[in-house]
Design a protein around this ligand. Structure first.
Ligand code: ADP
Ligand code: MG
Length: 242
């Protein structure tokens, strides 16, 4: 790749408008994510955070606007073609296959890999999340909430995505697991992954982020470095409870 290409955003969302039926949910939303960054999108319940992530992965195609990944226009790419582009998705709500074991859940994430590469991919994730290795034969439905979230993240890592999209990774977890999940996201960044996450836990998400975007009722409201947003008195008042 030419050096100049590295300076372009890995993901560029440009002036996105998304409707559900007659109701407009996103109005002219734009975000950039550069290689190696953690970018956090914050906003109250109903701000349109999940809708934005779903638009990126083709679940809610936009009315207008563009989504560029690696400078390629992916705006109308159907969801089933997204993983092989190098985009991993961890949906809201710790979505795992409850009756399948930890190992089988990881295998589901690896199905696009040639058979001989699957073992290595699973071993790598088990090194990253030793807790999953200990529990590999347990049905995912019997894991704690935090373990299920790690499994959902581990499954998204199977194809070694360039960009990982996470929808509310800390939602509903006990404080101990909130720490573990956020620590694991920093570790993924250290390993060279790029992360875009959506969080209602705005203070933690901004503290972790290189840059952040605050949405309000489906529109861009603030954007800056994570630290500057944390220090911004309007952001504190509107998003951080004072
Ligand atoms: N499938 C849907 N059909 C109609 N409206 C929806 C649907 N999903 C979400 N909405 C509405 O879109 C708005 C944004 O929702 P969402 O993107 O889930 O917000 P957030 O993730 O920030 O909480 C909300 O007003 C919500 O009620
Ligand atoms: Mg949501």
């Amino acid at each position: 790749m030419k050096n100049s290409a590295l300076l372009l955003p890995l993901l560029k969302v440009q002036s996105l408008q998304v409707n559900y039926g007659a109701v407009q949910i996103l109005f002219d939303v734009s975000i950039d994510v550069y290689r190696g960054e953690i970018v956090s999108i914050i906003g109250p319940n109903g701000a349109g955070k999940s809708t934005l992530i779903k638009a990126i992965i083709g679940l809610h195609p936009p009315q207008t606007g563009q989504i560029l990944f690696n400078s390629q226009n992916i705006t109308h790419t159907p969801p089933h073609l997204i993983p092989q582009l190098g985009i991993g998705y961890v949906p809201q709500g710790r979505v795992v296959f409850a009756s399948m074991t930890v190992m089988e859940n990881l295998e589901m994430g690896a199905f696009l890999l040639p058979k001989h590469q699957r073992k290595n991919a699973i071993a790598k994730v088990c090194t990253q999340f030793p807790r999953l290795a200990q529990r590999y034969a347990v049905p995912a439905g019997q894991l704690s909430g935090g373990e299920q979230q790690m499994l959902a993240i581990g499954r998204a890592l199977m194809l070694n995505p360039k960009l990982i999209l996470l929808d509310e990774p800390s939602l509903g977890l006990s404080p101990k697991y909130v720490e573990m999940v956020f620590d694991s996201l920093l570790e993924l960044k250290r390993q060279g992954h790029t992360l875009l996450m959506v969080e209602q836990n705005a203070a933690r998400a901004l503290a972790l982020a290189d840059r952040g975007y605050a949405l309000e009722l489906g529109r861009n409201r603030f954007t800056d470095t994570g630290q500057a947003l944390l220090n911004n008195k309007d952001v504190r008042r509107m998003y951080l409870g004072g």
